[in-house]
Every structure is written in structure tokens, then in C-alpha cells.
Ligand binder design. Structure first.
Ligand code: PMT
Length: 222
């Protein structure tokens, strides 16, 4: 029933968890499976969009019809995303991006020699950079994974990062969020907070795309 409502759109989606190397065999990572981003990519293709999927490592098979751009680190994701945002009419950042990376990378496998402290440095905020290069009419949607005060933190991220909407994931809830096949989210815009109840990620993906398209319609004043 959504057939082709995204035709003519180029949707750039990020997915998966970026990895930051400590040494040739170890990395700092996170629990993102990529399922949410891949579900969005599949749903967007099905609705007629051209889809560019910039993906950190996952165990998933890319949906048929997407243009897959594999990356590993936050810096690679940043480069590949910024190289392509000009082409995108909609950007959806479902990836779980590392906020910190080791300041130094060992060239050889590190040995175990007593206590070890790691020095970390912040990564670039890709979402904020995409917003700062926004072109007219481009929609930019972030995700936010929160473990406490989800709506307050989500709202703060929405305003601070300047995205059109934030898809808020309360990842403290069991059975949804990271790695699950199901999710429940709050679609947050400056004007409203819409709760999408627990359902399959593929269905949540379609609901999110409907809300994203709704941003193109004039906002109702309440
Ligand atoms: O992959 P799954 O297993 O299916 O799980 C889905 C998910 C929980 C990973 C996903 O739905 C989700 O919530 N993704 C966002 C996770 C995250 O990194 O949230 P954040 O609150 O740390 O970041 C907020 C936003 O800024 C995100 O859109 C993120 O892509 C972006 N960001 C963050 C840091 C950074 N350096 N650059 C960014 O662009």
C-alpha cells in the first residue's frame, strides 16, 4: 500500500556499530546489529527510493537493490556519508557511532603486562556535520539510544544537533533496541512526540518512513 511513495527520493541510511581499533586484533565497539538500519533500507527500496546504505560491520545480508558502502570506523563512515549527502534528499542515521576512539593504536598486538589504562579521544559528530551541510528541502533524521530519561535526552539531542526528527530508542527496555528483531520508538520532532508501540523492526521502519514523509507536509499548529 506504500508503493512508490518514495520514488524520486534518494535515501542515505547508516547502519551498524562502528569499530575503533586498539591494535591489529582488538577494537572498541557496541551492540548494534544493523537490523534497524537494514530494515529501513529494505522498506525504502520497496517504496521506490534509491537507497545508499553506509554500513558498519554486521552479520546481515544487504537488502536487494541497495547501494552498499561498507565501512568500519567512525572516520570512514564520516567520509563516505559526507561524500554522498549532496545526492540524498533524506538522510537517516540509524548507526550506533562510536563517541570515542583510542588516542593511539598499537601497531602490534598488545601484550598483557599488568593494569592498563586507555586514553580515548572524541570522534567527530557526523550527524551535526550533515546538518551543517544541509541543502534546501533535505530531511535529516537521527536516532538516539538512551538508557535513562529518554524523552528529555532525545529532545536535547534533537535541538542540539539540529535534525528534523530524532527516532528515540529506550534501550533499557528488554526485547527491543539493540540486536532484537523488534523495536518500539518515539518519533520526536520539535512539535511533537509520537509513540510507535513495539512491533517488528521491518514494520517500525515503514512507520518511521511514513512520519518522515509527513515532515514534508505543512506542520499543523496546535
Ligand atoms: O542495530 P540494531 O541492533 O538494530 O539496534 C538499533 C539501534 C539501537 C542501534 C538504533 O536504533 C539506534 O538507536 N541508533 C543510534 C545509536 C546511537 O549511536 O545513538 P546516540 O544517541 O549515541 O547518537 C545519536 C545520533 O547521532 C545517532 O543518529 C548517531 O548516528 C549520531 N552520531 C553519534 C555520534 C557520532 N560521533 N556521530 C553521529 O553522527
Amino acid at each position: 500500500h506504500h508503493r512508490n511513495d518514495l520514488s524520486g527520493e534518494t535515501v542515505l541510511i547508516t547502519a551498524g556499530g562502528t569499530r575503533e581499533a586498539l591494535d591489529p586484533v582488538r577494537f572498541l565497539g557496541n551492540r548494534s546489529s544493523g537490523k534497524m538500519g537494514y530494515a529501513l533500507a529494505e522498506a525504502a527500496v520497496r517504496r521506490g527510493a534509491r537507497v545508499i546504505l553506509v554500513s558498519a560491520p554486521t552479520a546481515l545480508r544487504p537488502p536487494a537493490g541497495v547501494e552498499l558502502v561498507p565501512v568500519i570506523t567512525t572516520e570512514e563512515m564520516r567520509r563516505e556519508v559526507l561524500n554522498r549527502t549532496d545526492q540524498a534528499s533524506i538522510v537517516i542515521k540509524a548507526a550506533a557511532v562510536a563517541d570515542y576512539r583510542p588516542k593511539q593504536q598499537a601497531e602490534q598486538k598488545m601484550k598483557r603486562v599488568g593494569p592498563l589504562s586507555l586514553e580515548l579521544e572524541p570522534t567527530e559528530d557526523i550527524l551535526a556535520e550533515v546538518v551543517s551541510h544541509r541543502h534546501p528541502g533535505q530531511l535529516i533524521i537521527g536516532f538516539a539510544a538512551e538508557t535513562e530519561n529518554a524523552v528529555a535526552h532525545g529532545r536535547d539531542k534533537l535541538l542540539r544537533k539540529g535534525a528534523d526528527a530524532i527516532v528515540l530508542n529506550d534501550v533499557s527496555r528488554e526485547g527491543i533496541g539493540f540486536d532484537s528483531d523488534r523495536n518500539a520508538v518515539t518519533f520526536l520532532t520539535p512539535h511533537r512526540a509520537l509513540d510507535l508501540p513495539e512491533m517488528a523492526k521491518r514494520d517500525i521502519a515503514d512507520r518511521i518512513l511514513e512520519e518522515v514523509l509527513g515532515l514534508r507536509r505543512p506542520q499543523q499548529v496546535v
